[in-house]
Design a protein around this ligand. Sequence first.
Ligand code: ASP
Length: 335
Amino acid sequence: MLHRRKFFQSSLFGSAGLVLRTGSSISTPVLNNPVVITTWEPNANATSKAYAVLEKGGRALDAVEQGVMVTEADPKDQSVGYGGLPDRDGKVTLDACVMDEKGNCGAVMAMESIMHAVSVARLVMEKTPHVQLVGDGALQFALSQGFKKQNLLTPESERLWKQWLKKAHYDPMITVENELKKGDRRPQPMPNHDTIGMIALDKAGNLGGACSTSGMAFKMHGRVGDSPIIGAGLFVDNEVGAATSTGVGEEVMKVCGSHAIIELMRAGYAPEEACRKIVERVAKRLGNNKASDLQVAFIALDKKGNYGGFSLIKPFTYVVKTQKGQKIVETKSLL
Ligand code: ASP
């Protein structure tokens, strides 16, 4: 993932809260500088897409949905959407969620055959009285909304699954080994999972977030990770900030990671510090030996446009785009 050599320290810029300039008797709202921040460096194009929506004055929710759709449609990304690595039965099952500035949210879990899980999650939020739809129910709902079924298993992902079947050993950290190294600049060992988590602040000063993944490669059929779980994989509180996660979902869920970060930010922690605290909580629960075998990472964005991230182990990168441009940040890590 580290194909850009130019790393930056996690930084704060663009303190861009909604300001009311009070002159004589008229208050003129000054628009925010938009910010979008996304897990993992390969999601640079997705981040640019989202920022373009924000720049035109679009809503944070629209920006993150359109951004995440870029990665969902990319067959080369084998941990999200089309081309995602399948479960141990050879089925690609997707998890996704969205959350808006009003605290509305929607999610789909273990959904097959529909590429844009993020958009189905949004429709669960907007068109049903529910928050989560799972498996066949999610698929049925997607079809009722006009989505078309398609085979999400690409020949390359099928080939890796068949190779995995020879040993059929499930290990959340390293199982696809050298195969994914071809043309891929990720350092080794390479986790067999990733997520696009994207959070944004729009010009109106509103926050939104989205998360999408095919989850752990070769997982048990029906396994659902943290990514579509509101409060674990994503949380947005328009008074405070937004946070999202990537890494071994089982560990993120056990600490309600993203929600915990928002509560720390509410109590005054800066985004990076809040992420660090929750990574420390994960590590403490696991003990250092176990913790160093897996990845858990978070990114967070506050209401003023300050952002940061932190990971359990190296490497973890995020992409951020503001009016100052787009950059890749390699976060600090605990171990
Ligand atoms: N959090 C995802 C899951 O557990 C995987 C990842 O982000 O690496 O499904």
